[in-house]
Ligand binder design. Structure first.
Ligand code: HEC
Length: 399
């Protein structure tokens, strides 16, 4: 896999995780906010109703209520609640454990919550429940009996006649004390549309973020490719080119000033140095060849295994071969007894020196036609980094 692909994959994964996390957090946050807003609305509806009832209870005269039952605080509050919530998803009721009107009978959830209100310091309670498969917010605000309420919710004897008629002695809706919870305003709101709106918001957000993500990935990929990978590829191609062609002369161009630019610069310097050395070596080689060419003695240069790599004209004549034929031949083949020279080379490698090297010895040379010559031979060694080369200077002994 190419580095660009790998990097893009890694970055994509990281960004994707990041965006998912962000989207999830923001969705969660939206959900919380929406719920908090819904609770606020439920609370303000409930408060308005309670305030209406409290106000009415404190101003209305029993005689007026007897004449017009529509003025019963409970009835007025119910009507106001109806009008307040008309056309909205909010559904409001007033419930009590000791209800007068069977319509105000609490459902199981309300009953449970009302029971909790009987402790000290009753306060609002809400919860999201699933009703008929729909997530629904249930909100209850306790209603506390004021002194004015006791007119109709206190003792049976005190209650106006129209109340006594409807709710006979012993009815549970009497005998409240001030401060006691008499019931609650119960608000419920299905949250489906709210959640759906959030979900749509999330979808929109995800689409937008996806587009941004794609753009980010493409841009990052492009940037990484152009600023890092392309120059690196250029360097590696340059090296490959040098390796395959052996040509050190064309430098790699670099436009950047960063680490890669410096790498290319160093590479070019290395190439220039190599080129310089190669040239120097070639020059030294040429000088050496020219020099041995004019020498009056046969000279051959050979590798440790005897393979001849350089020979001069006099050597050609001595061995009876042209230069092309001579190069690549083994020097030992031309010696009547190659053993001392082979031993000398072996000694040089094992002990670092040898009797053969630097000293003149007598050897018998056999030319290509099989003729034998007595010669004096001096062998020298030149050690380069990679290998040793031996040069033999021969001098024919005239009998
Ligand atoms: C003038 C008499 C009167 C006064 C004052 C009065 N109520 Fe009531 N209340 C009634 C009657 C009658 C009902 C039954 C209404 C119906 O038939 O729906 C009722 C119903 C209720 C209910 C509904 C539960 C049920 O029993 O059906 C609650 C809760 C309630 N009253 C609380 C209060 C509070 C709190 C106050 C004081 C702020 C108060 N009432 C003042 C007469 C009164």
């Amino acid at each position: 896999m190419r580095i660009t692909t790998k990097l893009i994959l890694i970055i994509s994964c990281l960004l994707m995780v990041l965006f998912m996390a962000l989207a999830w957090t923001s969705y969660h946050h939206d959900q919380q906010m929406a719920l908090a807003e819904t609770v606020d609305t439920a609370r303000s509806i409930a408060r308005q109703i309670i305030e209406t009832r409290n106000y009415l209870s404190s101003v209305v005269q029993p005689g007026q209520v007897a004449q017009n039952p529509a003025l019963i605080p409970q009835v007025v509050a119910s009507q106001i609640a109806l009008r307040l919530t008309k056309g909205s998803p909010y559904y409001v009721r007033q419930v009590s454990l000791r209800y007068r009107n069977p319509l105000n009978q609490p459902d199981p959830f309300e009953r449970e919550t009302l029971q909790l209100f009987h402790g000290p310091h009753p306060h609002e309670r809400f919860q999201v429940v699933t009703a008929n498969g729909t997530p629904t917010l249930r909100y209850l605000l306790p209603m506390v009996a004021e002194r004015s309420c006791l007119l109709c919710h206190g003792s049976f004897e005190q209650a106006p006649a129209f109340v006594q008629q409807r709710f006979p002695r012993g009815h549970p809706s009497y005998n409240y004390k001030p401060g006691q919870v008499i019931g609650a305003i119960s608000v419920s709101v299905p949250l489906t549309s709210l959640y759906q709106a959030n979900l749509q918001g999330l979808e929109g957000e995800l689409a937008l973020e996806g587009a941004i993500l794609l753009l980010l990935i493409l841009t990052t990929g492009w940037l990484i490719h152009h600023t890092i990978l392309a120059p690196v590829t250029q360097v590696s191609e340059g090296i490959e080119e040098v390796v395959s062609s052996g040509n050190f002369s064309t430098p790699i161009t670099s436009g950047s000033n960063d680490e890669i630019g410096r790498l290319i610069h160093s590479f070019n310097e290395l190439m220039a140095e190599l080129q310089r050395r190669t040239r120097q070596r070639a020059e030294a080689d040429t000088r050496y060849r020219n020099f041995i060419e004019i020498a009056q003695s046969p000279i051959v240069t050979f590798l440790p295994d005897g393979k001849i790599v350089i020979a001069n004209q006099k050597a050609e004549k001595l061995f009876g071969l042209s230069k092309e034929e001579l190069l690549g031949q083994c020097i030992f083949e031309f010696m009547a007894d190659p053993q001392p020279l082979q031993q000398g080379i072996a000694d040089y490698f094992s002990a670092g020196d040898s009797q053969m090297i630097g000293n003149t010895s007598r050897q018998t040379i056999r030319d290509i036609c099989g003729r034998l010559f007595e010669v004096e031979m001096v062998v020298s060694v030149s050690q380069t980094e990679q290998e040793a080369m031996f040069t033999a200077i021969l001098r024919a002994i005239k009998e």
